[in-house]
Design a protein around this ligand. Structure first.
Ligand code: MG
Length: 241
């Protein structure tokens, strides 16, 4: 663990990251993509909204990484910060804010190529499901796993989250997809850009660090792809599909 490369406290001190003996790499049948910084050209869908409201969740990030709060409390604290005239906001405001988020260059070509070759695709994101569903629709991605927000009867965010993907435990999501689709872990490739993608790298047959600034993430992956063009991951996959 090389913490010197990271800005934040390393969450891998908090969670148990036992090396899992992943299945042997076989023909790739499914590619799981992180969303933020991979399928979309934005660091984080949560941060995108914080930037809009000029709010910051650094204290929550720190508490979360130290294991002091769980994912749902993290979400609750985020939503608490997003107010207009002191009042909670409606879901459609978030949709409007996120509608600006650009797709990553090459994303469309990448998904088209995979589909043409009979490879299934999934988003595994601890970001917001409203953006993930939009991206999946745009790109024709098969499966979406992300996090949602609950609203009251009038459509205002009530602070509660719908936990689909735990930020520190993306391996659990990949394992459950593997079981559900009956695709061995060795036939899954994972593409991610941050240290929170390392757990899914660990369980997948093949892993690609995409445009990652983070040393730990790069070291944990089988392939490192530089730059912001998702089409450049295809040469890494071509030998396995
Ligand atoms: Mg990311």
């Amino acid at each position: 663990m090389n913490q010197k490369k990271c800005r934040f406290y390393c969450y891998r001190n908090t969670r148990d990251l036992t090396r899992i003996d992943n299945d042997k790499l076989d023909k790739i049948k499914l590619v799981v993509f992180d969303m933020d910084g991979v399928l979309v050209d934005a660091v984080s869908s949560w941060k995108y909204i914080h930037d809009y409201f000029n709010t910051s969740n650094e204290k929550s990030v720190d508490d979360y990484l130290h294991g002091k709060i769980d994912d749902l409390e993290f979400i609750r604290r985020d939503v608490e910060l997003w107010k207009i005239n002191g009042k909670p906001i409606k879901m459609d405001i978030l949709e409007e804010i996120l509608s600006d988020v650009p797709l990553m260059k090459g994303a469309e070509d990448c998904i088209v190529f995979l589909k043409k070759n009979g490879v299934k695709t999934a988003i595994v994101s601890a970001g917001l499901d409203i953006l993930a569903k939009y991206v999946a629709d745009e790109l024709d991605i098969d499966y979406v796993y992300a996090n949602g927000l609950k609203t009251d009867e009038q459509g205002y965010l009530n602070g509660e989250g719908i936990l689909g993907v735990k930020l520190m435990y993306k391996d659990q999501t990949v394992k459950s997809i593997s079981e559900k689709l009956n695709i061995p872990l060795g036939c899954i490739a994972a593409v991610g850009n941050s240290c929170f993608d390392i757990p899914m790298f660990t369980v997948s047959g093949l892993s690609i660090a995409f445009n990652s600034e983070d040393g730990c993430t790069r070291e944990a992956a089988n392939y490192v792809v530089e730059g912001k063009d998702l089409g450049n991951i295809l040469p890494c996959l071509k030998g396995y599909i």
